[in-house]
Design a protein. Structure first.
Length: 563
């Protein structure tokens, strides 16, 4: 048996030890602009933007950002949906020498404030959508935020005036008033001139992105992703997705970008990998299954990375058989476990293999992949990606191997794995083993062919529609309700989202009661949409340990015995 049993499961045309090109992330775009200048890089609301035009927009934006003081060590936040402004800003920040900080449009206001302060974001780029701008306009001038750059959704569409007017009439836009530190996005695109290089910038070891990920307690932590981490992950994804050029081919593909680009999965497998192969990125602001089916059929989409809820939606459409989905060459599912029944159903409908993978923000989204040819094992999240080593450690001591035949905590190493969390250097030993493997908190096993099966999580985390949701954050928000005395939040099965949060609540003595709708209304401004409680149960008492600590384990054991 080899040290790495997964090597024998690599399909023809792929190698675990394939050389991975490491470098600066913005070089991916520069190469694409040189190699495919006339190919469409992005399509958005009827507007086609070539790689030549994208390169020019990025260059002008980078010069504009430099005029705001962006350079090495300066952190620039992206609080954007899937629009061309995200792609342009992402590459321009890196080209200017700065660091990207991804913000989720789903974040609650207090989470945004924490991220601005913790990440030391000095410039934040957003749009005048009320769902975005209204959350951050009050942050300007606080927590070190010097500039707020605001664009309009339709400015890079085929008909900017019509799109912006339509959104305004629908009440979805905010009126942006001039203020000190506020900059219009289009003003930055008006800059011209050469972008002078900083003498000490350009190293692949510099921080490219701070990707915030939740914790089991407290606020989210920023995973440090270097240029080397992200270019390694891009090379890994390109290698096993392209299958040696027999599956995806350079300059000939269309990638459906319905996953939110602020999420590490989409950032790597759509933006970066798409750029790396000269693909057209079809940008979708909000996923709609009927529109997605039409787009796949009419625009001949060849690559569709998604999460299980998306594929569930597509496969569940009553008229799915009316659409020709044969243009699809590869579909990838990540963010949450993929039900085996869904895998078979979608493959039968589309004729396209649906491959499952596993990864984390801390691993630049990449960890494992499922081969599209050769041995495939439904129910497994696949085999380690090129250059990745995965081991299983004792659940009580991650510095020891797991007992033979027993599940263990998954630990991972590879060029795509972050060096540490931002401003958590002193806590390195809590996140890494003594021999340098990242502790993932997931528990799993590996079979004789190197296929990995995730069986549990050591972290108190839910996976809701592909998003990490942390019960502790929800519990803290619920505790702010004046009627709540005690609460435990757990995940319940959801056929669409995978899991949804359910709150078990003991209300204060003398209180008349609390309904789910009342609780949801109270939590609306305290939680992101992905964190919202979907079910609630009032109880006279919640289970506790002998020392009086609320016990989630006892509650889950009770529910399991009832089932």
């Amino acid at each position: 048996m080899t040290t790495h049993p997964w090597i024998k499961s690599y399909p023809e045309g792929t190698r675990w030890d394939t050389p991975l090109a490491l470098g600066r992330v913005e070089r991916l775009l520069e190469r694409a602009c040189d190699q495919w200048p006339n190919k469409t890089a992005m399509s958005f609301m009827g507007r086609l933007i070539s790689y030549r035009e994208l390169g020019a927009l990025v260059d002008r934006m980078a010069v504009g950002l430099r005029s705001l003081g962006v350079g090495p060590g300066v952190h620039v936040g992206l609080f954007l949906p899937n629009t061309p402004q995200y792609v342009i800003s992402f590459y321009a920040i890196l080209k200017a020498g700065g660091t990207v900080v991804n913000y989720s449009p789903l974040d609650a206001a207090n989470t945004i404030a924490h991220k601005i302060e913790d990440s030391q974001t000095q410039v934040l780029i957003t749009l005048d959508l009320s769902s975005l701008y209204d959350k951050v306009k009050s942050q300007l001038g606080f927590h070190g935020l010097r500039h707020l750059v605001v664009g309009q959704v339709g400015d890079l569409s085929a008909d900017p005036g019509a799109v912006n007017d339509q959104l305004l009439k629908a009440g979805q836009l905010s009126i942006v008033h001039e203020a000190e530190g506020l900059v219009r996005f289009n003003e930055l695109l008006e800059h011209t001139g050469e972008l002078s290089a900083y003498p000490d910038s350009g190293a692949a070891t510099e921080i490219a992105v701070l990707q915030y990920t939740g914790g089991t307690t407290g606020f989210p932590k920023g995973a440090i992703l270097t240029h080397a981490n992200l270019t390694a992950a891009t090379a890994q994804a390109t290698h096993f997705t392209a299958m040696g050029g027999t599956l995806l081919q350079e300059g000939q593909e269309r990638v459906y970008v319905a996953l939110p680009m602020f999420h590490v999965y989409a950032m790597v497998v759509t933006v970066l990998m798409g750029t790396n192969i000269g693909a057209e990125l079809v940008l979708i602001m909000k996923f709609d299954p009927q529109q997605a089916l039409r787009d796949i059929a009419e625009k001949h989409i060849s690559c569709f990375p998604g999460v299980p809820t998306m594929f569930t939606s597509l496969a569940s459409q009553p008229n799915v058989a009316d659409f020709d989905l044969r243009s699809l060459k590869t579909c990838g599912s990540g963010g949450a476990p993929l039900p085996v029944e869904l895998l078979h159903r979608f493959e039968a409908l589309s004729g396209c293999i649906l491959s499952e993978g596993w990864g984390m923000s801390e691993t630049s989204a990449l960890g494992t992949f499922t081969p599209t040819t050769g041995v495939r094992k439904p129910g497994s999240c696949g085999i380690p990606a090129p250059g990745v080593v995965i081991e299983f450690r004792d659940l009580d001591d991650a510095n020891r191997p797991a007992p033979a035949g027993q599940p263990g905590e998954i630990v991972i190493s590879g060029p795509n794995v972050m060096p540490n969390y931002w401003r958590k250097e002193a806590e390195h030993s809590a996140y890494f083993t003594n021999d340098g493997f990242l502790r993932t908190g997931d528990v799993g096993t590996m079979d004789e062919d190197g296929f990995i099966y995730i069986v549990d999580r050591t972290k108190d985390m839910l996976l809701c529609g592909g998003f990490n949701v942390y019960p502790r954050i929800i519990e803290e928000a619920i505790y702010a309700h004046p009627l709540v005395q005690e609460v435990i939040v757990i995940g319940i099965d959801d056929p669409y989202r995978g899991q949804s949060p359910k709150a078990f609540i003991k209300i204060k003595e003398g209180a008349s009661g609390l309904s789910l709708s009342e609780l949801q209304a109270f939590l609306k401004d305290r939680l992101g949409k992905h964190e919202m409680v979907h079910a609630m149960e009032l109880r006279n008492e919640l289970p506790k340990t002998a020392v009086g600590k609320l016990s989630k384990k006892m509650l889950m054991d009770e529910l399991a015995s009832q089932r």
